[in-house]
Design a binder for this molecule. Structure first.
Ligand code: SF4
Length: 553
């Protein structure tokens, strides 16, 4: 049996002073960091670290970083500096930014900074059994030092905050977003908290602003050549291909590693990717998604909420309806787009009209089985009309006469299948990044190897990322019917050359931006994966209504 030693137990029971700082800033921030274990290291965090390193160099005479812990108080923390002035021991905290100014323009501490320095002062008293009369905060941008006296009221404030933190730690309920929007604009966790989207969920008139980057610029490295080995050298990923110079890429530039066919990865590289939160994914030589290695587990509280929500058949049915409408609308809009400026065919017209009438019935579906029926009808109409979008100049070998798979029987289907495998990999990556359980979905049942939640989310992106990419490249004449494909009997696969071409097309499509129809701001597709997973989670967190709205115009 595994046992914890005393220091581990104390650590589990005590609260970090920096967590109290987060609590005073916003209870939801505390919850996301301490309970859901979500951290982002944004520019402000790195700037703060740099400041401390610089200070250490400048002031090494007086500098004394000190780790303190008090089981009795239930606190632990690392003091920035401790100094003695006029016989008094005074803890110091350094802040890079500006101080708060009161109505007389006098420098004051921000509320969260005030609680933090009070907590350090009280912790110092408790751990070292000395009297501490005050703490000080130096705001470097203003070059001012603010004195914060520690009195009984201050001690009581700290104890109350510790109690509030303990209560929140036990809760499965994520606190709501705070009213003060200006704090959200400076919050490092805004990209995962999505406060603006939560406000929109409660108020349809709200016009959200985007509080996170439009794009994720980290590369997705596809290792396509069999026999390639991937390793680690220092802080870099090292790729050794047969008969080619070794390639090295700094880890911070890499978001995913995708190993196709029989390429190798070393244990050291896997450890490194786990630490750096780089998703590692495997695709078979036949173009099938095999699985992922990812150490991001997600906190148990989030999974408990997911289990609770998706154990409810009504919730599942409601989400599945949204999904079927989203995919069906996307398919229909794509067919409609294909008719713009071209002569419409009867088949296209009929399919578009019939899809409209099927889509009208979806909101009334009473069970997942009846939804499957509607989805099947929509797919049959869509794939039946899709060949009419192919230009007459396209070689007959690239034409499409209906969906087939496992194995694909023609070139068009070979491209679709490979594209859906890449898409499944990206959706899995987003689910693992967010920390949901991929094996528990709301529509697809656990029949195949693929994770049901990933199959659910895949439906949203099939048309814009794969179907449109394949159709556009075919109509632009980008494919070589011989060199880009391998035909084995009746089966057709993309050749290594074809796979490389497809990966380039797919990855460049992911870099394109799409204005989200509900939030109103633009994001690249590669960011939209993650946003959609986070919006799904909001469906069972009291902030729903935005999931499954990514429909082509
Ligand atoms: S984004 Fe706003 S609501 Fe969310 S944790 Fe940060 S401060 Fe709190």
């Amino acid at each position: 049996m595994q046992t914890l030693d005393r220091s581990e137990l104390t650590k589990a029971e005590t609260i970090r002073v920096s967590a109290l700082h987060a609590l005073a800033y916003c209870p939801r921030l505390f919850y996301l960091e301490e309970v859901e274990e979500l951290y982002t290291q944004d520019a402000a965090v790195f700037a703060g670290r740099r400041l401390h390193t610089e200070l250490e160099k400048q002031e090494d005479e007086e500098w004394e970083e000190l780790f303190l812990e008090s089981g009795e108080l239930g606190l632990r923390g690392r003091l920035d500096a401790l100094r003695t002035r006029d016989g008094q021991t005074i803890p110091y905290e350094h802040k890079r930014g500006r101080c708060y100014r009161d109505e007389n323009n006098q420098p004051q501490a921000w509320e969260s900074d005030r609680l933090q320095i009070l907590a350090y002062a009280y912790l110092l008293e408790s751990a070292h059994e000395i009297t501490v009369k005050e703490g000080r905060i130096r705001y470097h941008t203003d070059n001012v030092v603010v004195h914060v006296p520690l009195d009984d009221a201050g001690r009581a404030t700290v104890r109350e905050a510790i109690q509030q933190a303990r209560n929140l730690r036990k809760s499965t309920y994520r606190p709501p977003v705070i009213d003060n929007e200006r704090l959200c604009a400076r919050c490092s966790l805004a990209p995962v908290c999505l406060p603006e989207e939560a406000r929109l969920a409660h108020n349809k008139e709200w016009q959200p602003i985007r509080l996170f980057p439009e794009d994720d610029e980290r590369q997705v490295i596809h290792v396509l050549e069999p026999g390639t080995s991937v390793g680690r050298t220092g802080e870099q990923i090292k790729i050794t291909r047969r008969n080619q110079p070794v390639e090295t890429i700094p880890a911070h530039q890499v978001g995913q590693l995708v190993l196709h066919s029989f390429s190798q990865i070393s244990t050291q590289a896997l450890h490194f990717c786990a630490v750096q939160e780089i998703g590692v994914h495997f695709i078979s030589g036949g173009g099938r998604y095999l699985g992922s290695f990812d150490s991001r587990q997600g906190s148990i509280q989030r999974r408990i909420r997911q289990y609770a929500a998706l154990s409810n058949s009504e919730t599942c049915l409601e989400l599945a309806r949204k999904l079927v409408i989203c995919r069906g609308q996307g398919q229909r809009k794509f067919l409609m787009r294909g008719t713009r400026g071209k002569s419409k065919t009867d088949k296209l017209d009929k399919a578009i009209a019939q899809m409209k009438s099927v889509l009208k019935q979806v909101p009334q579906a009473k069970s997942l089985e009846s939804l499957l029926g509607f989805e099947g009808n929509l797919a049959a109409l869509y794939f039946g009309a899709l060949p009419d979008l192919i230009s007459k100049e396209v070689a007959t070998q690239l034409h499409f006469a209906g969906r087939n798979r496992r194995p694909p029987l023609d070139r068009f289907n070979a491209m679709l299948s490979f594209g859906y495998a890449l898409l499944l990999k990206d959706v899995m990556n987003a689910i693992l990044t967010v920390g949901l359980e991929p094996a528990l979905g709301f529509y697809h049942q656990p029949r195949s190897q693929a994770a049901p939640l990933a199959l659910d989310l895949l439906e949203i992106f099939r048309v814009p990322l794969v179907d449109m990419t394949v159709m556009a490249s075919v109509n632009r004449g980008q494919w070589d019917v011989k060199a880009d494909f391998e035909v084995r009997g009746k089966q057709v696969w993309l050749s290594e050359l074809g796979r490389r071409k497809f990966v380039e097309l797919y990855e460049s499509r992911k870099q394109e931006t799409w204005k989200h129809p509900v939030t109103g701001y633009s994001l690249t597709y590669r960011r939209l994966f993650e946003l959609e997973v986070r919006l799904l989670e909001k469906e069972w967190s009291g902030e729903g209504g935005l999931f499954g709205q990514l429909i082509l115009r």
